[in-house]
Design a protein around this ligand. Structure first.
Ligand code: AMP
Length: 416
């Protein structure tokens, strides 16, 4: 199939060509015709499937077809959970719409609102926003949503995870009832289905790919390792596989910072991206990573959601997420656009339950491995039982930091 056959106007086809896309991705093939017909859609799609163009292209097509008299009004609202995703979606709207007479802007919290207000005053057709700042500026009467014709909820599952349900409900009340709704979500919990039921009308269901694609697209590997040995093993893996760039997930912001420091010390340039970092710091880290100035980007789940890092070959879970769906999101950062990816997880004894939950969700068993020299002591393996000797560690551990002591204590605690 070609983009031409989807019925998109020439200005959009030119923009798509400029991006170098030769053919629509599966989600684009399915979603674009439905959206052009005016239908609501409920799409199951992760980042990396081309979902942004999947809704942006038909949206731009439709809006540019309409004749508008008088001042520009917000006719399309795209809601995203995070600032990063909002910026990335906005970049797509701007790039794909470069040849059209449509204005767009993006608003999110954590930065001065004045420039955002100034742009809004000039009139925009398309607004990309995070829920909090949108409501803020609406309350201050800088935004009117009474002309919205198309609503996009991007990464709806993450919006609920982040506690935006109330905000979404409030925003719904500010828009005309008669409108087209496009909802995208990587996972479909009961809550998501309920939200969809309240918003969508006779929606076309669009799936990017069968559910188990993630497992097929991405090679997965789980290393059983003691908590206290994770950093040493991580460094070994990065060096052994000669990884050019790697995205590493931790469960906590504190853990992300600490790991960054340790990697830096070992000559692996690393930057953390999490909720405590300012917007500028997050953008700078992502930019440096994309430019290849940073080897390891260490992220927490919320901060990483929606990051657009094309063709990332490796993702490492330094810790497994306690929500199995987050694992799906994390490893969705690799193996995109048909290229093979590798997702490695470092699994401590206390995380075996999480691993089981993940395998249940994926309906597959993740191959498990024990690295020589890193045999876990926190749960005796047959090998460890035979020999009382400590495994021969490749990396000599320095004494100190307190944190390590703490980790050891935890591990010892589990032995009992
Ligand atoms: P998304 O899932 O929207 O975050 O897109 C993931 C990546 O795929 C982005 O870097 C897009 O620029 C790229 N992309 C989107 N559509 C296509 C396409 N039809 N062909 C190749 N790459 C694409």
């Amino acid at each position: 199939m070609t983009f031409e056959s989807l019925g998109l106007k020439s200005e959009l086809l030119e923009a798509v060509q400029a991006k170098g896309y030769t053919q629509p991705s599966p989600i684009q093939e399915k979603a674009i015709p439905e959206i052009l017909k005016g239908r609501d859609i409920l799409a199951s799609a992760q980042t990396g499937t081309g979902k942004t163009a999947g809704f942006t292209l038909p949206l731009l097509h439709k809006l540019s077809e309409q004749k508008v008299d008088g001042k520009r009004a917000i006719r399309a609202l795209i809601l995203t959970p995070t600032r990063e995703l909002a910026s990335q979606v906005y970049d797509s709207v701007r790039d794909y719409g470069a040849n059209l007479n449509l204005k767009s802007t993006v608003i999110f919290g954590g930065v001065n609102q004045n420039p955002q207000v100034r742009t809004l005053k000039q009139g925009v057709d398309i607004l990309v926003a995070t829920p909090g700042r949108l409501l803020d500026l609406h309350n201050q009467k800088h935004i009117k949503l009474n002309k919205v014709e198309v609503l996009v909820l991007d990464e709806a599952d993450r919006m609920l995870d982040m506690g935006f349900l109330r905000d979404i409900e409030r925003i719904m009340k500010l828009m005309p009832k008669q409108r087209q709704n496009l909802m995208f979500s990587a996972t479909f919990s009961k809550e998501i289905k309920k939200l969809a039921g309240g918003i969508l009308n006779n929606a076309a269901q669009v799936e990017a790919a069968p559910e188990n694609t993630t497992a097929e697209r991405v090679d997965q590997l789980a290393y059983r390792v003691d908590k206290a040995e994770k950093t040493a093993l991580l460094i070994k893996i990065i060096f052994d596989a000669e990884m050019e760039q790697v995205l590493i997930f931790t469960r906590t912001k504190y853990g992300a910072n600490r790991l960054c420091q340790k990697l830096d010390k070992r000559g692996i340039k690393a930057s953390a991206i999490h909720g405590n970092k300012s917007q500028n710091q997050r953008t700078a880290a992502l930019k440096d990573f994309k430019a290849g100035k940073i080897k390891a980007l260490v992220a927490t789940d919320i901060a990483a959601r929606g990051l657009d890092i094309p063709l990332l070959p490796h993702v490492i879970n330094y810790e497994l997420p306690n929500v199995p769906e987050d694992y799906v999101h994390r490893i969705g950062r690799t193996g995109r656009a048909g290229a093979a990816g590798l997702a490695i997880s470092l699994v401590g004894a206390d995380e075996l339950g999480y691993l089981k939950d993940i395998e249940k969700l994926l309906k597959t068993q993740i191959p498990s491995k024990i690295e020589e020299g890193f045999e876990p002591q926190d749960e005796p393996t047959p090998k460890a039982k035979n020999s009382k000797q400590k495994p021969n560690r490749n990396k000599k551990r320095k004494p100190d930091p307190n944190s390590k002591k703490q980790r050891r204590k935890q591990v010892l605690g589990q032995k009992k």
